[in-house]
Design a binder for this molecule. Structure first.
Ligand SMILES: [Zn+2]
Ligand SMILES: [Zn+2]
Length: 384
């Protein structure tokens, strides 16, 4: 035996047992489109962060799938982006991403194509449907790309959003493993619809019929229902804005919680709860809880500490007031995550839709995403 202290041995073992994983993005080439310098950084970062997560959604043992890929920007293409899975390459349209710098979800969609490794002849609606399912499941939805069946994509064999909605439903009913299994079936050939009967005990026609009965995913009905909820929610957000303004005038400060607005400034606490929550009991609070009304909207200026940071005593209100100095009065004050895209009531009273990350709307050459972070805004907290 070598005479080495145990702690050194353990440190050495750890060092060799868990080498740093290689970055997912092998290279980024924007020489043809230098205007993509900023976006390419964003795409690179999303690639490295999200590809390992994508792989986990694609197979039980992600190590069997392609681990790396290249990003290449082209000046103009007929489509926003496409993947060349054999070459492990994603080609991105500079013109599209100049116009739609928020559409990082399109990059995630192409990353799924790299990871799929489906056999030639696999039905393209599954290939496209799984790509959008992963995109949506990871939260990369926007005003046009979110799970639903519509006139453009009415059936699971249409691919994209409708197939994504169907897979979301199957995931909910049978667990995420169903998509692992479906991918495994699509990597082998030939694929057959009999897969579904084997995996779920129900033939695909039955699953599709069951899916259509669900209120969220019924073609047409889901759309109309969502639009109605969104409109009702928007009206409430306007009322909340009036109430907050009245509160501020009388008290000289913002309320600490939305519940502080009742009963003097709103007719009923119902105004402070999204109609979707009132109906389904579903909440999306991200830990920003109102002490008296935990099912209320997410009030960004709450006097509660930022729930997702440990050992930090910065409150949501302090954080948002500093962000507001940078981005202005358009900053979201109340947010409702029960709609896709998210509904936001801005400090200035506007109601607007955004992805989960509203910051993209405000970041530009002078305001960078990094400068809106807690670390950047509260450097004094870092030294503690
Ligand atoms: Zn695709
Ligand atoms: Zn709502």
């Amino acid at each position: 035996m070598l005479d080495v202290p145990a702690s050194v041995l353990i440190a050495l073992l750890l060092l060799f047992a868990s080498p740093a994983p290689a970055a997912s993005v092998r290279s980024v080439d924007f020489t043809e489109a230098p205007e993509m310098a900023d976006f390419s950084k964003k795409a690179h970062q999303i690639g490295d962060e999200m590809y390992p997560v994508v792989l986990k959604l694609m197979a039980e043992d992600p190590s069997i799938l392609p681990q790396q890929f290249d990003l290449v920007f082209r000046k103009t293409l007929k489509v926003p982006a496409y993947a060349l899975p054999r070459e492990r390459k994603i080609v991105l349209n500079a013109e599209w991403f100049t116009k739609h710098p928020d559409d990082v979800g399109a990059v995630v969609h192409e990353m799924v194509h790299i990871a799929q490794d489906h056999a030639p002849g696999a039905p393209s609606y599954w290939t496209e449907g799984v790509a959008d399912y992963v995109r949506h499941k990871l939260g990369y939805t926007n005003s046009w790309s979110h799970p639903r069946c519509s006139a453009e994509f009415p059936h699971y064999t249409s691919g994209y959003w409708c197939t994504s909605a169907f897979l979301m439903y199957l995931d909910e009913q049978f667990g995420s493993n169903i998509v692992h299994q479906l991918n495994a079936a699509l990597r082998q050939r030939p694929y057959s619809d009999a897969f579904f009967a084997g995996a779920t005990g129900k033939p695909i026609e039955q699953l599709w019929a069951d899916f259509q009965k669900t209120p969220y995913h019924k073609p047409g009905a889901a759309k109309a229902w969502e639009a109605k909820q969104r409109e009702a929610c928007t009206n409430q957000l306007y009322k909340i804005h009036q109430a907050i303004q009245a509160f501020q005038q009388e008290n000289g400060r913002l309320p600490h919680w939305l519940s502080e607005l009742a009963p003097r400034y709103v007719s009923s606490t119902n105004v402070l709860i999204c109609p979707v929550t009132r109906r389904t009991k579903e909440v999306a609070s991200f830990g920003v809880l109102d002490p008296l009304l935990p099912a209320a909207y997410v009030y960004e200026f709450s006097a509660t500490r930022i729930p997702w940071l440990e050992n930090h005593w910065v409150t949501m209100k302090q954080f948002k007031l500093r962000q507001k100095e940078l981005v202005g009065d358009g900053i979201p004050m109340v947010r409702c995550h029960l709609h896709q895209p998210v509904l936001n009531l801005a400090y200035n009273g506007d109601v607007f839709e955004s992805p989960t990350g509203w910051e993209q709307r405000f970041t530009n050459a002078t305001v960078r995403a990094e400068s809106l972070s807690v670390n950047a805004l509260f450097p004094e907290e870092q030294k503690k």
